[in-house]
Design a protein around this ligand. Structure first.
Ligand code: FAD
Length: 517
């Protein structure tokens, strides 16, 4: 009898261990593998630059990234060659990933651990036959995507020569037409190859900067406790404008979420008197943090508004783009409200003293209320050009501007030839003869459709993937819990054995009873 108990006990232990190993392998939080890898590579090691992806965040991270290209490394944490390769991959990832990236927004470098069972299906979709395997392509093509090695026209390509950091960067340089070096440091040798503002297509990258600027603006408002009884109404009005017309869907949603609960989240009596009391994380001195464009924003770098030097462009450029993008989206009947909201918002919440005073004085010069979008859009454009003209002189005399982005009267002839009535007119002239209808048309298209074109493309691709997935779902019944086949078989066998032994033990007990009576 004791042998039966022993066997039962052994099976129970086996069953428990098996369940534990399955649940732990499928429930590894995304960061824990990289934690293990960092610990293994020794104390004092930097945290990883490459982004850890798994089946749950793969699509969303690649869909959201502003980067033009992505590299996905498929590896297995038990593979010694992968462990040795890690330092090479990280050397290159340092250049492209993170807030301190040397060349941000160009390539997103990621990795997927195929030895983690939750990723098995994902790795299968990319026909991973060896570790490490590196793939290259536009991030959106990875979303819901696959690679089978057969179709020659695929936008995703395996990287066939990236075995060392040098060779990988050489391969990347070949694709980008760049000459990045592993020794590059931030703002040194910066080629800004994707930041040519005179290229009309570049504005599509500015939507990320509008999100960045929106998020920073609201973080500043909280950090400096700028919500006061006399400023609350302005903030609420500007947020209403954002809910209706912000070019980024996630900023519209974020503003709406906050606006609905504004009084509960930011009660006027909750501000700490002492600056030190300001908390961090999701609370600022007892009031909730904004996260106005979602938790992923701000990302810590600029795309369209990236300067060639530290501390040039960035936030104020992003803010201008946000204001222009709001202006072209309002309806005629909203134009006066949008004008006053913009003027009051800048006046009360833009902490550059000279900027806000100067902007407000331009606002005050407007004597007749706006009755249509066109007038408001053209007013903002003129006001911005007035600032440009003023700064042209200041920056050239003090040398404070960005040498690669000198102030100009905008738009240039190259950007909008039709905006100039006289094609022979000098762009530098102080009194350009503008064709205002053409300027309005240009601004509407530039800050309207073009600004959000990357998002629109991504949304279309995503909708297509969702449709495909939905039709697949109709064909295949889905399992809520996906357990690997081998493990499922082992559980089934163990359960049967356990059941059979329990049955055998019960019948032995029964057979004993009659003898006792
Ligand atoms: P920005 O001037 O920031 O412009 C961003 C982008 O907008 C440009 O790259 C271009 O693509 C586009 N653009 C340029 N001109 C126009 C236009 N007329 N209409 C539409 N789009 C245009 N700095 C000061 O030193 N003094 C000030 O008084 C001052 N006032 C400011 C007021 C406001 C409301 C803001 C938002 C900023 C102000 N700044 C001021 C900052 C300054 O205007 C620039 O933002 C900063 O110097 C960075 O310049 P930039 O080269 O990135 O281009």
């Amino acid at each position: 009898m004791s042998s039966v108990f022993k066997l039962l006990h052994t099976l129970l232990v086996f069953y428990t261990l098996l369940s534990f190993s399955i649940s732990s392998s499928s429930a590894i939080p995304p960061g824990s593998r990289s934690l293990l890898r960092v610990t293994k590579s020794g104390a004092g090691d930097q945290s990883d630059f490459a982004v850890d992806l798994n089946v749950t965040n793969f699509d969303s991270v690649l869909k959201d990234t502003p980067a033009i290209y992505a590299i996905v490394e498929f590896f297995a944490h038990w593979c010694p060659a992968c462990r040795n390769y890690k330092s090479h991959y990280e050397k290159v990832a340092r250049l492209f990933n993170g807030a301190n990236a040397v060349h941000p927004g160009t390539v997103l470098m990621t990795r997927v651990d195929c030895a983690n069972t939750i990723n098995t299906k994902l790795c299968d979709k990319f026909s991973v036959t060896h570790y490490p395997s590196l793939y290259w392509g536009p991030p959106s093509k990875f979303v819901g995507g696959s690679w089978d090695g057969k179709s020659e026209k695929s936008d995703i390509r395996p990287i066939d020569d990236g075995r060392t950091a040098d060779r990988l960067l050489k391969w990347i340089n070949k694709q980008l037409g760049s000459s990045y070096s592993l020794e590059d440091e931030k703002y040194e040798n910066d080629q800004l190859i994707h930041s040519n503002v005179s290229d009309p297509g570049q504005i599509a990258r500015a939507v990320y900067d509008v999100e960045e600027a929106t998020s920073i603006a609201f973080d500043i408002i909280l950090a400096h406790k700028l919500i006061k009884p006399d400023t609350r109404a302005t903030l609420i009005k500007f947020m209403q404008l954002m809910v209706a017309h912000h070019p980024s869907r996630r900023c519209r949603k974020g503003s709406a979420d906050i606006l609905v609960n504004f009084d509960d989240l930011y009660p006027s009596n909750k501000w700490p008197t002492n600056k030190q009391e300001s908390g961090n994380g999701s609370r600022h001195g007892g009031v909730a943090k904004f996260d106005i464009c979602g938790k992923e924003v701000p990302r810590g770098y600029w795309m369209f508004c990236r300067g060639s030097k530290n501390d040039t462009r960035g936030f104020s450029c992003g803010l201008w783009v946000m204001l222009h993008s709001l202006s072209v989206r309002v309806e005629d009947g909203e134009s006066q409200m949008a004008f006053t909201s913009t003027c009051d918002f800048i006046h009360q919440f833009f902490m550059c003293e000279e900027c806000r005073q100067h902007f407000y004085s331009m606002c005050k010069r407007v004597s007749t209320p706006f009755s249509n979008t066109r007038d408001f859009v053209l007013w903002l454009w003129t006001a911005h050009n007035e600032v440009n003209t003023r700064l042209m002189k200041t920056e050239s005399s003090l040398g404070t501007g960005d040498p690669k982005f000198p102030k100009t009267t905008w738009p240039s002839k190259h950007l909008c030839p039709n905006c100039y009535t006289n094609q022979n007119q000098d762009e530098e002239s102080s009194s350009i003869d503008w064709d205002l209808d053409e300027v309005f048309k240009f601004l509407g298209s530039y800050y309207g459709k073009k600004l959000v074109s990357l998002y629109t493309e991504k949304d279309k691709a995503h909708a297509q993937i969702k449709n495909d997935a939905a039709s697949e779902d109709l064909l295949q019944p889905t399992n809520a819990l996906v357990v690997p086949v081998g493990a499922a078989l082992a559980i089934a066998v163990a359960s049967c054995l356990f059941g059979a032994l329990a049955c055998c033990w019960r019948s032995q007990q029964k057979n004993r009873k009659p003898r006792r009576s």
